[in-house]
Design a protein around this ligand. Sequence first.
Ligand SMILES: C[S@@+](CC[C@H](N)C(=O)[O-])C[C@H]1O[C@@H](n2cnc3c(N)ncnc32)[C@H](O)[C@@H]1O
Length: 265
Amino acid sequence: MHRTKSAGFLISQFIKKGGVVFFGIACYLLVNGAVFYLIGFIINIGVPKSIDGPATKPIIESLLINVGLLLLFGLQHSIMARKSWKEKYMAWIPTPLQRSVYGLVSVAILALLMWQWCPLPTVIWTIHHPALRTIVYGLFVLGLSIMLLSTYLIDHYELFGIRQVLFYAQDKDMFPERFKAPWLYQYVRHPMMLGFLIGFWATPEMTVGHLVFALGMSVYILIGISYEEKDLVQKFGKLYIRYRSLVPKIIPAFYAYRNKHKNLH
Ligand SMILES: C[S@@+](CC[C@H](N)C(=O)[O-])C[C@H]1O[C@@H](n2cnc3c(N)ncnc32)[C@H](O)[C@@H]1O
């Protein structure tokens, strides 16, 4: 009897843990797919509808829709990432799944943005010179590389919820978030966001629609960063305050941070 019960318990645990890991990995793949799709959307390659297609609606209506979509994206990202929101409204979601659910909701909002985006194709600038075009494309790739690399410097798998579900499956407790300042983080406090900013602005052909997108995302990033830093000061206290006084927020400074922060770790 006891034996049957423990076998049943083991099976239910196996199914529960398998479900959690499956959900986490599925969300991770969806988030990565959405980021790839976003790249195609921005550079007008490989997606059925991109940022610069033909106009489908009058200018004012398009502007209002686009600004509304950007606002929705910014609000969702900023609000759902806050500690107070997580404690109040996400407590019902099992802790190991919270990051994955955040990723899933972000994908849904991003998909809505790209689906409902209203192109405004009037051109503001075009770079014709082949060498300059190559430089701008190079900057775009550099931005994406900085963004991707930064996820690994902070903790790629924790950021996208994979570590949480794998630890849960192994009955391991998540270690508390630690302050980090590896490589790029020694020159700029928000390299990931810097990478996104470069990616949004580095285009050889800037249309009104792309400009609205780049401006909206830049405003969101700058506001989001200031909220994120409030949380980081709460989490890491004096350590982060000192880091903030040594390293610039978004424009990198290539001075010898190493020599100045000896006492930080
Ligand atoms: C989407 S990442 C963006 C990180 C950073 N704002 C950037 O642009 O590179 C947000 C997560 O990184 C964490 N984070 C940001 N800076 C950190 C640091 N110096 N050390 C440890 N965690 C950090 C935050 O707590 C948050 O969970």
